[in-house]
Write a protein that binds this ligand. Structure first.
Ligand code: MLT
Length: 306
């Protein structure tokens, strides 16, 4: 019987699915890197979320490992080249949390437009600062998507419901698909010049790292608002702080940070910045979806050899 380790907190449905599929499973979230290295040799499969870091050292100790499944989209916490060199397959669940993450991006955009977190904090302090929190409508505004894949296309759909115009920069987006989505496909510079709100929905790669930096902020419409629920590292955080200080950028809503867990950050405490601790995929529905999908995919691979 193949044996799988779940080494991050995950819905109990993952464990149940493995058992139903005839896979032996251990649920041990919260292992230290040393503890993981000590036991990983016993397992054929590893199911993780974000906390487990699958380093070359872990992979070296994983002498029986055949498959790693991430219950989520990004595989940033897995050293994929080292896994591939060792013959270990890496899987993700690209669809399970797309709606949830898109909804978080929309929530962040609305929170930015009306400064809801700031107004909430002020009201709790008994200040009743009615004139301090003048907002903007999103109706009729242009939303610029950087990335129009699984998540970006759902954001576009919801933004249409909010009566926004949607434009997108995405080299992989065909004109036909853009037409189907009701999106205008544009080059990055055009998006920067036209968008009132910009949301990011792209993985972090060598091509996308720092896609929004000092040069890009200078090309944006003054007063633009930016939402990032994709990956830290897409935005140059120091350059964003300068753009916020100068008023070029009116507000930023960030769910992701260059270094996570983010206990310190150059943007923390900035009055125009709204932050959440990488909650993009954190809904009951999404966590059930990704847990079921990852357990299903890993079981399928181990029981049938792919
Ligand atoms: C993902 O990669 O699926 C999201 O960033 C959510 C998460 O990290 O769990």
């Amino acid at each position: 019987m193949p044996k799988v380790l779940i080494s991050d907190k995950m819905s109990p449905l993952a464990e149940q699915t493995f058992k139903e599929r005839g896979v032996d499973v251990d649920y041990k979230p919260g292992l230290s890197p040393e503890e993981l290295i000590a036991i990983i040799g016993d397992y054929d499969g590893l199911a993780i979320r974000s906390a487990t870091k699958v380093t070359p050292e872990v992979l070296e100790a994983a002498t029986n490992l055949k498959v790693i499944g991430r219950a989520g989209i990004g595989v940033d916490n897995i050293n994929v080249p080292a896994a591939t060199n060792g013959g270990v397959i890496v899987m993700n669940t690209p669809f399970g949390n797309s709606i949830t993450t898109a909804e978080h991006a929309i929530a962040m955009m609305m929170a930015l437009a009306r400064q809801i977190p700031q107004a909430n904090a002020s009201t709790h302090e008994g200040k009743w600062e009615k004139s301090a929190f003048m907002g903007v409508e999103v109706t009729g505004k242009t939303l610029g998507l950087i990335g129009a894949g699984n998540i970006g296309s759902i954001v576009a759909d919801r933004a249409h419901g909010l009566k926004m115009k949607v434009i997108a920069f995405d080299p992989y987006l065909s004109h036909e698909r853009a037409d189907d989505l009701g999106i205008q496909k544009v080059e990055l510079d055009e998006l920067l010049a036209r968008a009132d709100f910009i949301t990011l929905h792209t993985p972090l790669t060598d091509q996308t790292r720092g896609i929004l930096g000092a040069e890009s902020f200078a090309k944006m419409k003054k007063g633009v608002r930016i939402v990032n629920c994709a990956r830290g590292g897409l935005i140059d955080e120091a350059a964003l702080k300068d753009a916020l200080d100068s008023g070029q950028v009116e507000g930023a809503a960030l769910d992701v940070f260059e270094v996570e867990p983010a206990k310190e950050n150059v943007l923390f405490g900035h009055p125009k910045v709204i932050c959440t601790p990488h909650l993009g995929a954190s809904t009951t529905e999404a966590q059930v979806n990704v847990a079921l999908q990852v357990a299903d995919q890993i079981s399928e691979y181990l029981m049938t050899g792919g």
